[in-house]
Design a protein around this ligand. Structure first.
Ligand SMILES: Cc1cc2nc3c(=O)[nH]c(=O)nc-3n(C[C@H](O)[C@H](O)[C@H](O)COP(=O)(O)OP(=O)(O)OC[C@H]3O[C@@H](n4cnc5c(N)ncnc54)[C@H](O)[C@@H]3O)c2cc1C
Length: 512
């Protein structure tokens, strides 16, 4: 099983490391002073060690690298990313724009943490193909790296529409820090923006652009936000929140044409036939997995790389995790993409363990965790079901007069908890996710948690948790915790401040 890299490959590999170092010194790095790939690996060490290669250094890749090095301190772990410096909090990009933050303020400490564990990091280098047979990854520039185990954790990005004008100045996407920097620069001379799509990045960029004072229009191609995920009540609360922010939401309306002159954006026409003048156009949907380097003849590719519950692809030595993967749900009914920071982190955890020979099963629950301006939103499992004789929904005393933004719903299917929606107060979401994963009947659910969920004015189980503003991990908030306290998220390491809502439940807001 163990493969010793040849001398020639070692040579090329070292040159790839040098190239990466060079590109960082050339200023490709958004965080000056960071981004070194580390010293060249020693010939002797490399021959003796098993090599784990991870493509993508987002939540999934980083977590897997950590798990592998912790479980196998002698293994060589190489993390490769095409971003010049991927160590920042991606879900903070909207806040970064809204508050005009510096890149340092959204930097994570992951590089230091991983380097301290001995993980080799190669940035600014793209994988161009994978050969399962040769156990080799090809990199842009022609270098090839052999692996004993490979993890594909290359995430998703916004699809580039086949439409004239997408290359005009003023047309942008928001997938990465470099996009946010571009948007920040363009927003300075702009007064209006059109955002297309109802993805999480779309809502994030709206937050950013409203923070910069731009007049914003959102084109939502569907009749409401995320049908099948957000139900109609939650969608209308979200819509109201956006209209409070003076965002013009045009539902059932898509983009027909980009209008530009001399390479500059001038406006758009919509599928409803309207013509809107705008300085900035943000294309924020649909999101597609980053998998152009995998051969469909070698891998089962659907809306992600199809994996089993150990997150293994059809090849024994190749795994996939995070937004690029398509993994089975806990109930075994379907294999679906489960995008989102926390799912990626959890999948990285499971994949990392399986890659070093420990047995771990991924039990996925469909979920959406986000913040629309200050509104926390969590949808779990069967959150917007089609009506049927076996489906029952419960939303307690909603609407609550003095808490109009709070909405919570449980869905039962055949008597078992199958889904949930939380808007405005997500304190019980972590508990409910556990119930869904376990397929609990209502009798198995903790009564005081159910009581609190449906009577949000009466706190019966105060120590349930707040949502991390970055990764949306459900953080346990102890009874001793106080308003204003600074807490560190155990999943992503972000530091945030606790704020108490009118009903006494805590929510987390970015500190500073
Ligand atoms: C603006 C914004 C806001 C978001 N807000 C939220 C939120 O509120 N809640 C939430 O749950 N999620 C949110 N997300 C989504 C979340 O960031 C992702 O779900 C999460 O980062 C996925 O992690 P990942 O490890 O699978 O992939 P990613 O974090 O996407 O990392 C993949 C990495 O692989 C790199 N890569 C791609 N192809 C190659 C290649 N061929 N070779 C080498 N490297 C490659 C990519 O450039 C990237 O650096 C947001 C995303 C954006 C863009």
């Amino acid at each position: 099983m163990k493969k010793a890299p040849s001398g020639a490959i070692q040579q090329r590999f070292r040159s790839a490391l040098r190239q990466a170092e060079h590109s960082c010194h050339e200023g490709a790095n958004a965080f000056p002073g960071r981004g070194k790939a580390g010293p060249p690996i020693s010939e002797r060490g490399a021959r003796e060690m098993e090599r784990y290669v991870i493509l993508g250094s987002g939540a999934a890749g980083k977590r897997a690298a950590e798990m592998i090095r912790k479980g196998k301190p002698d293994a060589e772990v190489l993390l490769i990313s095409d971003e010049p410096d991927p160590f920042y909090f991606r879900p903070m990009l909207g806040e970064f724009l809204a508050r005009g933050m510096k890149t340092e303020q959204i930097r994570s400490r992951d590089r230091e943490k991983l380097e301290a564990l001995g993980v080799r990091i190669l940035t600014g280098v793209r994988a161009t193909s994978v050969s399962a047979k040769k156990q080799e990854v090809a990199l842009a520039g022609g270098d090839r790296i052999r692996f004993d185990r490979l993890l594909v954790a290359t995430g998703r990005k916004t699809a580039r529409p086949k439409m004239a004008g997408t290359d005009a100045r003023g047309v942008v996407f928001l997938d990465a820090l470099e996009d946010a920097l571009k948007i920040a620069a363009l927003a300075k001379g702009a007064s209006s923006a059109v955002v297309v799509g109802s993805s999480i990045p779309a809502l994030d960029v709206l937050r950013g652009l409203r923070g910069q004072g731009l007049a914003c229009t959102l084109l939502v191609p569907e009749e409401r936000f995320w049908p099948g995920v957000l139900d109609s009540v939650a969608s209308s609360i979200l819509e109201k929140r956006l209209s409070q922010e003076k965002i013009d939401v045009l539902k059932s309306t898509g983009l027909r044409e980009i209008l530009s002159a001399d390479g500059r954006l001038e406006g758009v026409t919509t599928t409803a036939g309207d013509r809107i003048r705008t300085d900035l156009l943000v294309l924020a949907a649909p999101q597609v997995a980053h998998l152009d380097f995998l051969d469909p003849a070698e891998f089962a590719l659907d809306r992600g790389v199809v994996v089993d519950d150990s997150l293994r692809t059809r090849h024994e030595t190749i795994f996939a995790a995070g937004d690029a993967a398509q993994a089975p749900l806990a109930d075994g009914k379907a294999t679906v993409p489960q995008p989102g920071w926390l799912n990626a982190w959890r999948q990285g955890n499971v994949a990392g363990r399986n890659m070093i020979g420990k047995e771990a099963a991924y039990k996925g629950v469909l979920s959406l965790r986000m913040k629309a301006f200050d509104l926390d939103v969590v949808c779990l499992g069967l959150s917007d079901p089609s009506p049927g004789p076996t489906v029952r929904e419960e939303s307690g005393g909603y609407p609550y007069e003095e808490l109009p933004h709070i909405y919570k719903k449980l869905t039962y299917e055949k008597g078992r908890v199958a889904g949930a929606v939380f808007v405005g107060d997500v304190a019980e979401a972590g508990k409910v996710e556990h119930w869904i994963r376990q397929g609990f009947t209502v009798d198995q659910c903790e009564k005081k948690v159910l009581d609190q969920m449906f009577q949000p004015r009466i706190i019966t189980a105060p120590a349930l948790g707040a949502l991390c503003p970055v990764c949306k991990f459900q953080i346990q908030v102890g009874e001793g915790e106080r308003e204003g306290e600074i807490v560190t998220c155990p999943a992503c390491g972000f530091e945030f401040r606790l704020e108490q809502m009118p009903n006494g439940v805590f929510r987390a807001v970015a500190a500073g």
